[in-house]
Write a protein that binds this ligand. Structure first.
Ligand code: AKG
Length: 268
């Protein structure tokens, strides 16, 4: 049983991000590590990888649909329990999963952003569980979060993550605002971060502004695997600007997420 204590839940509520240590055991880490190599060797249709001068970034999403080990992790692992406990959710649906592998030398920032403007979901109970497969610290691209930004209710225009705006693009939503230049003005914000060991997880809200440095190291990978879940108050909202792979034609705006793409998660 995962120890998600009251302080963790409180920190998620007030800051929009927290950490759970030792959440994913060695057995799961081995299964995920093998599944990651399979995805790198044979990526599915939503691959958003890119090369930078020093190294490769491998990114992909909805990979649970191609691999039984990713599916098992998304649907029946400590990640579901963490999401349920932190949200206090009666019901939980998988939104999707995503891989962020910064190989040594992939020295390109994950731009500052908040996630929910990319996603066709409305509601407060939208959560990500980012699993570290490697030791992660300030030198190889640990995640950083702007404390309390999930409460701003500011919807920032999605932009691609790659260096040449490759792979994916997002329609302009006139109700969204341009992303703030947080990197140029870091002192103005309360930026929080944690080093992680393999098996530790970041847990953060869909509206929390976050980003990560690149990985300029010469020999240390930074493999992160994120699973996103939605809780009780979340409905489908396919507004302009969201990620095309997350559009579900079987749902109507305002529907609960239950569908093949967004399956309900049974309590463990
Ligand atoms: O791993 C990264 O560099 C970025 C992760 C991220 O933005 C996310 O999981 O929402």
């Amino acid at each position: 049983m995962i120890d998600v204590g009251a302080a963790t839940i409180e920190q998620y509520g007030s800051d929009g991000a927290t950490v759970v240590r030792g959440a994913v055991d060695a057995g799961w880490l081995d299964r995920l590590a093998a599944a990651i190599e399979r995805d790198i060797a044979n990526p599915g249709p939503f691959d958003h990888s890119y090369d930078v001068a020093g190294g490769r970034f491998h990114g992909n999403l909805r990979i649970w649909q191609n691999d039984p080990d990713f599916a098992a992790f998304c649907l029946d692992s400590p990640a579901t329990e963490i999401a349920r406990r932190v949200l206090g959710a009666e019901r939980l649906n998988l939104l999707y999963d995503q891989l962020f592998v910064k190989e040594p030398g992939a020295d390109h920032r994950t731009r500052w952003h908040n996630d929910q403007p990319y996603w066709p979901v409305l509601g407060r109970d939208v959560i990500s569980v980012w699993v570290a497969l490697d030791h992660v610290d300030a030198t190889n691209g640990r995640l950083e979060f702007v404390r309390g930004s999930h409460l701003w209710d500011r919807w920032f225009q999605p932009e691609p993550f790659g260096p040449n705006n490759s792979a994916s693009s997002y329609d302009h939503n006139p109700d969204y605002e341009p992303m703030l230049d947080i990197e140029a003005d870091r002192d103005r914000y309360q930026i929080v971060s944690w080093d992680l060991e393999p098996g530790d997880v970041y847990v953060f809200a869909g509206m929390t502004v976050h980003g990560a440095a690149g990985n300029p190291t010469i020999d240390r990978r930074r493999r992160g695997y994120t699973v996103r879940y939605c809780g009780d108050d979340v409905v489908y909202d396919p507004r302009v600007g969201v990620s095309a792979p997350l559009i579900d034609e079987t749902l109507q705006p305002g529907d609960r997420l239950d569908s093949e793409l967004f399956p309900p998660i049974t309590a463990r």
